[in-house]
Design a protein around this ligand. Structure first.
Ligand code: SF4
Length: 64
């Protein structure tokens, strides 16, 4: 699975990296960055949790 954040949509609520810090990280301004867009099977559940809780719908999931 692969994930991607739309930086235009992200407004820095921080819910993704609060709920799923294994996958999402904050940048200096509190917006989301994804250090590794390729997500292992073990982390897919937590990645999904972060994405589904983004109020801006800024995180896209690509099932592969
Ligand atoms: S929850 Fe959504 S809006 Fe908030 S930091 Fe994460 S990607 Fe950005």
């Amino acid at each position: 699975m692969r994930i991607r954040v739309d930086r235009e949509k992200c407004t820095g609520h921080g819910r993704c990296y609060t709920l799923a810090p294994q996958v999402y990280q904050p940048d200096d301004e509190g917006s989301c960055i994804i250090p590794n867009e390729q997500v292992s099977a073990e982390r897919s559940e937590v990645a999904r949790r972060g994405a589904l809780n983004c109020p801006e719908d800024a995180i896209e999931i690509f099932e592969e």
